[in-house]
Design a protein around this ligand. Structure first.
Ligand SMILES: Nc1ncnc2c1ncn2[C@@H]1O[C@H](COP(=O)(O)OP(=O)(O)OP(=O)(O)O)[C@@H](O)[C@H]1O
Length: 279
């Protein structure tokens, strides 16, 4: 039987900890507190999906940027296995980057559009020293593509603009998976894709959690997708976590006034509500 002991029960430092994070942008009248004393702990085992949900401007992207090291906090810390990520040396940072990967709303937005897909994967293999031979690299890339239901000969020689948004998002999932992270920070990964692709991408997240033990920090404004995937949820409001708990319990029975408003804004198909044109 697999070892069921959780990493917290073994007293290991958590995989990732955000401790009293504060981020203030601007000065004087232009001052905005984007994060106001946010704390969050993600353990390595059991793997889970933690959703951070909130409306536009609540601080979600600032939180993900702080975790990924794209922005520095005004105060507080982000700790990877107990080590402050702002003070990691080169090797420590590479390990952190390997273990904590990201996928974004705009996949490939960060890459040169002249690159072929193959180049994006080759870069990851080289940067993270994932393979010792070309054959091994090819196998790893094929395996990663298989996980998201794709094949190398279909996509590797294409340029990003020759692919659909959904294909690009799946490729970003495959790239993240290739690196064998322990955590994927997924910032609105399904907000730009249609309903069937959304279901497919959420399903990939669930499979990576269950079959490969990869955790997710799922950042979204959309509580209905959070409900489908979520283990734990944190509701972010004006830079503070106002409620947290089991996703279904929080959504079924929100306690904070703002969570109630957010839940009330989930679109629910109502068979009794006729379209204006039907009346
Ligand atoms: N670079 C910046 N300079 C000044 N203010 C900023 C900056 N980035 C974000 N903010 C402000 O910080 C607050 C939180 O923004 P953030 O982008 O983190 O929210 P969000 O929840 O991700 O919103 P969205 O869902 O629209 O992306 C907002 O009031 C925003 O205007």
């Amino acid at each position: 039987m697999a070892d069921q002991t959780t990493s917290s029960a073994r007293n290991e430092p958590p995989l990732l900890e955000v401790r009293s994070a504060v981020k203030v942008y601007g000065k004087g009248e232009d001052r905005t507190t984007a994060l106001d004393n946010v704390s969050l702990t993600l353990h390595e085992t059991p793997a889970g999906i933690t959703t951070v949900a909130g409306e536009s401007g609540s601080g979600k992207t600032t939180l993900s940027d702080a975790i990924l090291g794209f922005t520095t906090l005004t105060s507080g810390q982000v700790l990877h296995r107990g080590r402050d990520v702002s003070t990691l040396d080169k090797e420590g940072f590479l390990t952190y980057r390997r273990e904590v990967q990201a996928i974004f709303q705009d996949p490939f937005g960060v890459y040169n559009p002249f690159y072929r897909v193959r180049h994006v994967f080759d870069l990851a293999v080289r940067h993270f020293r994932l393979a010792t031979s070309k054959a091994q690299a090819r196998d790893l890339v094929e395996d990663a593509l298989r996980v998201v239901g794709m094949r190398g000969d279909e996509v590797l020689d294409k340029h990003p603009h020759q692919l659909s948004g959904g294909q690009r998002q799946r490729l970003m999932m495959a790239r993240a998976y290739l690196i064998q992270p322990r955590l994927i920070v997924a910032d609105e990964p399904v907000s730009m894709v249609d309903a069937s692709l959304r279901a497919l991408i959420l399903d990939i997240m669930l499979r990576l959690r269950d079959e490969r033990g990869i955790s997710f920090l799922y950042i979204t404004h959309d509580l209905s997708t959070a409900y489908q995937v979520g283990d734990e949820i944190c509701i972010l409001y004006r830079g503070s976590i106002v409620e947290r708990g089991d996703t279904r319990e929080v959504i079924d029975n929100p306690r904070h006034e703002y969570s109630r408003l957010l839940v009330a804004s989930i679109p629910v198909p109502d068979p009794d509500t006729a379209w204006a044109a039907d009346r």
